[in-house]
Design a binder for this molecule. Structure first.
Ligand code: LLP
Length: 420
């Protein structure tokens, strides 16, 4: 049995489940995403233990990584899904997940998406406005199909994370204003073909100060308690996702602390709970392997130019995100300070700026760590660059889960109309 996650062997080379990363790069080429199913399972099991003393279900937030094999693996482990588009819904169904385990979140569900989800027996809609409720009610009545509806509350809490992934403040587009929730929840009970299932909250992603979770959950529970006292049924509370993970790989997600909060608030509270973790289940299980094209030295800087680019991993430039980067082979003692950049023609195409890193040569391999979540899934074909291959490691074997995209595949999506 090999260690879980990426580790260095006796020679100091990076390995996964007894397989050398260099051999995977040789077999599949670069840039290459590698996922460790062992670590995904470990994180899932820990999250499961975290919530097992309360009545809870895990709905993996598919947006973190919607590779079919990843969804299918989490489904096998027991997860349902949290989705935000019919595209994600169809991917979950294709991956073998039951629609009865899928929650449809998101502020902009289009009417055709609502209709499709209803006809295909989706578990629940988490809705974000009264306007959306009216649309769902009209569609459900026309189809004579009952929609299970949960209201996403906006608790007006700013959880100290990057502003682009903070979703719990009044100024954001998310959720229903706290003071309007009760009246809309009451309305749910008056509408035909609408079944009220509860309240939900998701205040953002990459959260480390769990007092913010505590406050948001407490507000939600108080509101639900008040509704119950007034005679309304509130079976479920959806607590969203957002647990922070350490991008320097210094420690595991703080599930222990999270557990304390959950038990403190919800043990024997009589609420059924749903959780929507994304990043904390898969981020650390992924790495992106890239080849050094060449070094470039200017008066001002050292640049290490690699064959991956912002079309493969946009987090550093989009959120100023830190990703640890290390050589795949034994780390040497000679270090330089360099910008690690891709070939795309934008100054924003970087993975790290002024980073201390081992001196490397052309064709050396670098591992960009913690790229299991919000990495390949946010890819694009910018600069007519093809998608990276993805490989999943399961039981000490490698499985290619994303085919090599050929430039002709990119070209074939278009029509050439010759205008004269
Ligand atoms: N539930 C809802 C309604 C969400 O909007 C999200 C994430 C989650 C659950 C999962 O949150 P997690 O456990 O993964 O933090 N692209 C950004 C992250 C965007 C998160 C969007 N919503 C990044 O790369 O940091």
């Amino acid at each position: 049995m090999h260690k879980i996650g990426f580790y260095r062997d006796g020679n100091g080379d990076l390995n996964i489940q007894g397989i050398k990363i260099t051999s995977l790069a040789e077999k599949y080429g670069t840039p290459l995403f590698i996922y460790d199913a062992g670590l995904m399972k470990e994180r899932y099991n820990t999250f499961f233990d975290t919530i097992k003393e309360v009545q809870g279900n895990i709905h993996y937030a598919v947006k973190a990584n919607d590779a079919l094999s990843v969804i299918s693996y989490f489904a096998k482990l027991g997860c349902g899904a949290d989705i935000v588009s019919i595209g994600e819904f169809e991917k979950c169904i294709a991956a073998g997940m039951s629609p009865q385990k899928i929650i449809f979140s998101g502020v902009g569900k289009d009417n055709h998406e609502i209709e499709f989800a209803l006809k295909n027996n989706i578990l629940q809609f988490n809705i974000e406005s009264e306007e959306e409720l009216n649309d769902i009610s009209t569609i459900a009545s026309r189809l004579k199909l009952t929609a299970n509806v949960c209201l996403r509350v906006n608790p007006d809490i700013a959880p100290k994370t990057h502003k682009k992934i903070s979703t719990g403040e009044k100024e954001t587009k998310f959720g229903i204003d706290f003071q309007n929730v009760k009246s809309i929840y009451k309305k749910l009970h008056q509408l035909d073909f609408i079944n009220p299932v509860g309240l939900g909250v998701h205040i953002g992603s990459q959260i480390f100060d769990f007092n913010f979770f505590y406050r948001a959950y407490l507000n939600l529970k108080n509101l639900a308690d008040e509704l119950r006292l007034s005679g309304y049924t509130v079976p479920t509370l959806d607590l969203g996702g957002g647990i922070g993970i350490n991008y320097d790989n210094s420690s595991e997600p703080d599930f222990n602390n999270y557990k304390k909060i959950i038990l403190n608030l919800f043990k024997e509270s009589g609420y059924h709970l749903s959780f929507e973790p994304g990043r904390s289940l898969i981020a650390e299980a992924g790495i992106l392997i890239t080849k050094v094209i060449r070094n470039k030295k200017t008066k001002e800087k050292n640049f290490i130019i690699v064959d991956a680019a912002m079309n493969n991993l946009i987090r550093p430039t989009l959120y100023d995100a830190y990703h640890k980067i290390e050589t795949v082979k034994k780390i040497s003692n000679t270090e330089i300070i360099a910008d690690i950049v891709g070939p795309i023609c934008e100054t924003g195409d970087f993975f790290a700026l002024d980073r201390k890193i081992s001196k490397v040569n052309s064709n050396d391999l670098l591992a960009i760590r913690t790229t299991g979540a919000y990495s390949s899934v946010m890819r694009s074909n910018y600069n007519a660059r093809k998608d990276a291959i993805e490989v999943m490691i399961y039981n000490e074997n490698d499985f290619q889960i994303r085919k090599d995209e050929a430039i002709k595949d990119i070209i074939s999506k278009e029509e050439i109309i010759v205008f004269d």
